[in-house]
Design a protein around this ligand. Structure first.
Ligand code: SF4
Length: 219
């Protein structure tokens, strides 16, 4: 009954929790599989088999001691399910670090798969190359300069005001109030929350009249 229901929904194999009470071999998760594999390997070794390379691979498997957190890929509106593996024993003085991100095999949308963009999600979370300061290249210049955040915010505010003063369309051809600005646009990031997107629309469309507003997850 459970298998038929999930097949009708196109969801694939039933979850372990749904199989409780159903006859058949016990379902195990990946963490249990690793433990069973290690114990089995020790037993096989006692019988004379050389399982050294295999055991070394299990020991070095980077997700063996991680905490799994289920989340959603933010890169596009498909919204694939992901599992984020974090290393760290939750001690106060230990900073947890994300070591791996993979597709969630239990997720009904992607069933464990991720596209080439989603599979790089770890680098959105942990990335030594991320810019942490303002970099500016003047028009026509070849060199980049380091600038302060105050400098950048002042410059952006000045350019936004200049553009709005020059291009705001206050009335349409029949004299009706329009309050529209199409000479500039706003693009939000793919990881922006609902609250950030609400503020973008509130500030730029309702406040300044900007019409082209988009956010990266739709592009
Ligand atoms: S970017 Fe790829 S992995 Fe992420 S939600 Fe879209 S299709 Fe899924």
């Amino acid at each position: 009954m459970i298998k038929r229901d999930r097949a009708e929904r196109g969801v694939g194999a039933p979850r372990a929790s749904e199989l409780a009470g159903v006859q058949g071999p016990p379902a195990i998760n990946r963490r249990q599989f690793l433990k069973v594999s290690t114990i089995g390997g020790v037993a096989a070794s006692a019988l004379g088999f050389d399982l050294g390379p295999a055991l070394a691979a299990v020991r070095t498997l980077k997700i063996a001691r991680t905490t799994e957190t289920r989340s959603t890929c933010p890169y596009c509106s498909v919204s694939c399910g992901v599992i984020i593996h974090t290393l760290g024993d939750r001690s106060r003085n230990v900073k947890p670090s994300v070591v791996h991100v993979e597709g969630d095999p239990d997720h009904p949308i992607n069933q464990g798969t991720l596209c080439p963009k989603g599979i790089t999600l770890k680098h959105n979370i942990v990335n030594d190359l991320r810019l942490t300061k303002v970099r500016y290249r003047a028009p026509g210049a070849r060199e980049w300069q380091d600038k302060s955040w105050d400098w950048a915010i002042d410059r952006i505010a000045r350019l936004v005001k200049q553009t709005r003063d020059a291009h705001l369309i206050e009335k349409d051809h029949q004299g009706r109030a329009l309050h529209a600005l199409t000479a500039m646009g706003v693009i939000g990031g793919c990881t922006d929350t609902n609250e950030v997107n609400y503020l973008l629309v509130k500030a730029f469309r309702a406040g300044l009249g900007v019409i082209p507003i988009e956010q990266q997850a739709r592009i």
